[in-house]
Ligand binder design. Sequence first.
Ligand SMILES: [Mg+2]
Length: 311
Amino acid sequence: MERRKAIPYINDEVATRDFKYYIFDWDDNILHMPTKIRMEHRREDGVWEPVEVSTATFAMIRSDVAHYRPPSDGGWNAAFRNFADEPGRNTFIEDTIAALEKIEHGEIPGPSYNAMRKTLREGRIFAIVTARGHSPETIEKAVRIFIRYALTESEREEMMSNLRGYRKWFDGVTEFGTDAQELDYYLHMCRYSAVTHDAFKVRMEADPIYQEKLATAELSAKPELAKEFAIRDFVEHIFHTLKRTGGLGRSVSIGFSDDDKGNVKSVSSYIRQELSKRFEGIKFVVYDTSDRTLSKGRKVCVSGQLNLPGF
Ligand SMILES: [Mg+2]
């Protein structure tokens, strides 16, 4: 067995690392969630009956309008009720726990599950960008649950050691808070964007550029636009953080992973046409995780700043 090095209280080696940040889609990318979409299915005799379908099944039947439709009572809002916060009940948290417990019992996790684990272990800033409608607080809570289930005790210790390393290096901190306080600080640096959450929609509609984009976009292109907005938000956040702390002199890369081919395509072209021009020093990498038969679970689609050596 490999002998592990003792984990230092503060990992000063983080100061020698490159800057890598990640944006993760949640469903079927990090975790296969049991959350069901409520639809109606047309039986042979022509009667429509309520059915619940998984996100994976939904992707296949969504265009079969002859046999499937959203609930006649409530439409699409009713179809996706389980994908938003409801008073007194939090399906997202319950489903996250259920998905993580299945992994403990041997089920294959989402294709970016290990990338998410590594990101946390290394203490890197990340964003969750999902089409769901939860509040940022709900998603952050799910990430905390992920940390508890998916990292071992020594991996959590490693994460804390890295977090202290970054705090010392970036902020000049030498006196640290409790683990809980340092974890709070880290998780507050990250971003949690559920693009169908009301507050997110309000913020997007107040942005002059997106106001114009939304006004001219087709209805079907709006979810992709919202993901675009969330990504721009995170890239700006990283850019300003690095500028403030003088970190822009180094190689910076931002990865994006999603299992939805439509999102991968639109985000790739957004990066090519806009982001890579606006943020010339940043390398962008897009991971397409739609093909479950790939051994690594993902393929690399686009990277900005192609002149970087080694890529
Ligand atoms: Mg997904």
